[in-house]
Design a protein. Structure first.
Length: 307
């Protein structure tokens, strides 16, 4: 989506009119504030205007280790989803867009896949011996691919529709696209509003609901196959960290402590966040499966194929 279209107030998914949803959402890292607009027809949210340069918002610590305390569980779950669609890799090709440090690609390779990745900063993943490129166009030469995955990366790209059209071009016949995004229409998002942990402005340029993701996929020539409504560690932190944010603590302090980031606050505040964060996480344990059962979890995962 171009910045010209953003200023015109057109939805990236359905071209419907945009309305102001949150006038001021804080970036937990820089403390800058950004507005979020939303389509009145399909519900897609977006930052407007997008920052001209996004690189300052991606610190070195952003790549890898962000949920290291549950990384193995996360990787096993994602490989199970891929296996449920394909079975074992059997030397088929997989492209992971926004592959981070390459952890998922390495896990997929252990299941027999030939993995290729893209990442804004490809060097950390390349150090593991993976083929990782800075964009989809560069990776396309190693296609076509049987499976393309976007694990919490579609919300980061400037033009989701263009990325999905590119994916369709490099998928093999019978290939599958697998997308995971925070669910901006889920119970967490509706409960916490502008304090929702997974808004993560300005790195998350777009905020998808089930309807808006379906609209973007349909416009790019994809039809949905299956959907899931939970990634446990994302959803659990979505409840506990959002509750702490709503209480007025420094944004995402509990999460930053969990993932070993540098903390510019006093020890007492860190201890309070550890104690409350653990308590809120325990209280949220039954909410995670309940929201998923209702189809309103903190994460939306969709498998789609070209029409």
């Amino acid at each position: 989506m171009t910045e010209a279209n953003t200023h015109l107030g057109l939805c990236a998914a359905c071209r419907g009119p945009l309305q102001l949803r949150f006038p001021s959402v804080v970036d937990p890292n820089t403390r800058e504030r950004f507005p979020i607009l939303a389509c009145s027809e399909c519900g897609l949210g977006q930052i407007s205007p997008q920052p001209a340069d996004l690189s300052p918002y991606y610190a070195e610590t952003y790549y890898g280790g962000r949920h290291g305390f549950t990384a193995n569980h996360c990787l096993r779950r994602r490989t199970r989803w891929v296996d449920s669609l394909f079975g074992a890799g059997e030397n088929r090709k997989l492209l992971d867009i926004g592959c981070g440090d390459g952890s998922f690609l390495l896990a997929a390779q252990q299941q027999g896949w030939r993995g290729v990745g893209t990442e804004m900063n490809p060097e950390p993943a390349r150090e593991t011996g993976l083929d990782v490129f800075p964009d989809v166009a560069s990776a396309a030469a190693l296609g076509p691919f049987d499976c393309i995955t976007l694990w919490h990366s579609l919300e980061h790209v400037r033009d989701p529709s263009a990325i999905l059209r590119d994916c369709k071009k490099i998928l093999k016949p019978g290939g599958v696209l697998l997308i995971a995004v925070p669910d901006a229409g889920g119970l967490e998002a509706r409960t916490f509003g502008a304090r929702w942990f997974h808004l993560d402005v300005p790195r998350h340029l777009f905020h998808f609901t089930r309807k808006s993701l379906a609209s973007v996929l349909r416009a790019a020539g994809f039809a949905g196959l299956r959907s899931w409504h939970q990634e446990f560690e994302y959803d659990l932190l979505g409840w506990s960290q959002s509750a702490l944010n709503a209480m007025g603590f420094p944004p995402n302090l509990f999460f930053h402590a969990l993932t070993g980031r540098k903390l510019n606050v006093g020890k007492a505040e860190v201890v309070v966040n550890w104690v409350l964060g653990a308590a809120f996480s325990a209280l949220a344990l039954p909410l995670v499966p309940l929201a998923a059962l209702l189809g309103r979890g903190g994460t939306l995962i969709v498998a789609a194929k070209p029409e």
